[in-house]
Design a protein around this ligand. Structure first.
Ligand code: C2O
Ligand code: CU
Ligand code: CU
Length: 491
């Protein structure tokens, strides 16, 4: 009942404040899109690629004449892009110079749980944490961000996040646009609210049921961005790195584009789309075709989140945004047509399912009735087994999504029907509209240390922080680990 009253009050205030939101058509595309640099590495004596990332505070002029205090990794805001190939051994030295404890999680990376950077792998101020692992997954667009329990929303909102691109033999040999920064372009999309003095505002939290909903869009930390295309095909690696906002991307003349990859890798073949919805944490690689001299705008139109009770405004559902202006040069280099076959995907085998688990997302802070407890292991899974996870969002007034660490899953069904073509690849995050359910299948291959569980959670970061998260171990057959963890936060 408190939630309902709180929601109603919030809705009223939100309605009053609503006039300042929608920004469609108002931006002028005056800033050249920043492209995060590729992070350099050194090879150590064992042939490992060693990367260094430092959390630091920064100041950025997003809006003309105003300085915004931010967080970033190496850069004042966001981070250089890490790039490595399947089979590489990598080490990342992550140093914390922000004066507050935090963590750095490798979202979408299959790696041992003690390297995962979830809430248990705390990095205290002044310390360096050096996870190392062997990249063992197909080419994909993954990313990294803080995951401190209770503060993930704030830490990500301040700007500490970046992209980690995995290549493999197949992706290197395919005829796809693949020149980083020229026709293979990261698009890290985030919404922000700015105070008059340029500082970041978190005030919209009080007016929504999903946390911060910004009225300005940054792409790679660029406000009002344009991108100059020099080739007829441009591949965008789109990452929704927002804390809560769901986007429904399209091009302003409604031309179609091709989606070539999901969260966790290339699709079997390109899928033609006119619209693409991405919830927080999800990624998609898309290829847009342009002709010489034209201009086309990537936009987000009403994602129609279908939350009738509170109204769309309350969860950002009717907001529309211009995201990026694509300006095609007068002379374009013609790239080969997209290949018809992109990859062979190793999907989990339905005949091998040994267990079905059910996850109900409750309110904004619980799963199956329970809030996250850092010391409670919610599920123990035998390594090598295949399971079905059924996730439901039974509520009418709120959207969620669902992300799982340590695995890539296939979405078998959405609301009892076969998942649409563009979702038929491997993913790690899936959207859950109000009143919906999804059926996922995964093989749990990566072992976890009995002390360090993997997480599953809603990637609406406020919900995650409030407790819509749980923990699981992946153990050797026959192992019987304790379901109680102790002493993880030493401060
Ligand atoms: Cu992107 Cu558990 O997080
Ligand atoms: Cu993750
Ligand atoms: Cu949620």
């Amino acid at each position: 009942i408190l939630v309902i009253i709180g929601g109603a009050v919030g809705f009223v205030i939100w309605s009053l404040a609503a006039s300042k939101t929608s920004t469609v058509g108002e931006i002028t595309f005056e800033n050249s899109l920043k492209i995060p640099e590729l992070l350099e590495f050194e090879l150590d004596s064992e042939g490992r690629k060693v990367f260094d990332l430092t959390f630091n505070q920064g100041e950025v002029e997003f809006l003309k004449g105003k300085l915004t205090e931010t967080w970033g990794l190496n850069d004042p805001y966001l981070s250089p892009t890490i790039r490595a190939s399947n089979g590489d051994s990598v080490v990342v030295n992550v140093t914390n110079k922000v004066g507050e404890k935090t963590t750095l999680h490798w979202h979408g990376m299959l790696l041992p749980s003690e390297m995962d950077g979830g809430p248990h792998q705390m990095i205290y101020p002044g310390e360096t944490w050096s996870p190392q692992w062997k990249v063992n997954q197909p080419a994909s667009t993954t990313w990294f961000h803080p995951h401190l329990h209770g503060e993930t929303e704030d830490h990500v909102y301040r700007g500490a996040a970046g992209m980690f691109i995995v290549d493999d033999e197949n992706s290197k040999s395919l005829e796809l646009p693949k020149e980083y920064g020229v026709n293979d372009i990261p698009l890290i999309i985030q919404d922000k609210n700015f105070n008059n003095d340029g500082s970041l505002s978190t005030g919209s939290k009080m007016f929504s049921n999903v946390g911060i909903l910004g009225d300005e869009i940054l792409v790679n930390g660029t406000h009002s961005p344009y991108f100059e295309a020099t080739t007829n095909l441009v591949r965008f690696r789109v990452l929704n790195a927002s804390t809560a906002r769901v986007y429904n991307f399209s091009l302003d003349d409604n031309r179609s584009f091709h989606m070539i990859a999901t969260d966790s890798g290339l699709l079997e073949s390109p899928v033609e789309l006119e619209e693409l919805m991405l919830s927080p944490g999800e990624r998609a690689e898309i290829v847009v075709e342009v002709v010489p001299g034209e201009t086309v705008i990537l936009q987000s139109k009403d994602p129609n989140l279908g939350a009738p009770f509170w109204g769309e405004r309350y969860n950002g559902g009717d907001d529309e945004f211009d995201i990026l202006e694509i300006r095609a040069n007068q002379k374009l280099t013609q790239l080969p047509d997209l290949p018809e076959k992109l990859a062979t995907i190793k999907l989990p085998n339905k005949d091998e399912v040994v267990e079905t688990r059910y996850f109900e997302l409750n309110g904004y802070d619980r799963i199956n009735g329970q809030e996250m407890d850092m010391n409670r292991v919610d599920h123990v899974i035998t390594a090598g087994s295949t399971e079905i996870w059924e996730v439901s969002n039974p509520r009418e007034e709120m959207y969620h999504n669902f992300h799982v660490h340590g695995i890539h899953f296939e979405v078998l069904e959405v609301n009892g029907e076969k998942a649409p073509a563009h979702m038929r690849g491997l993913k790690d995050t899936v959207y859950l509209a109000p009143n919906s359910k999804v059926k996922l299948i995964a093989r749990f291959e990566t072992y976890s240390d009995a002390n360090y569980p993997y997480m599953y959670h809603c990637h609406i970061l406020l919900h995650e922080d409030m407790g819509m998260m749980g923990q699981f171990l992946v153990v050797e057959p026959g192992a019987n680990p304790s379901r109680e963890l102790k002493g993880h936060d030493r401060h």
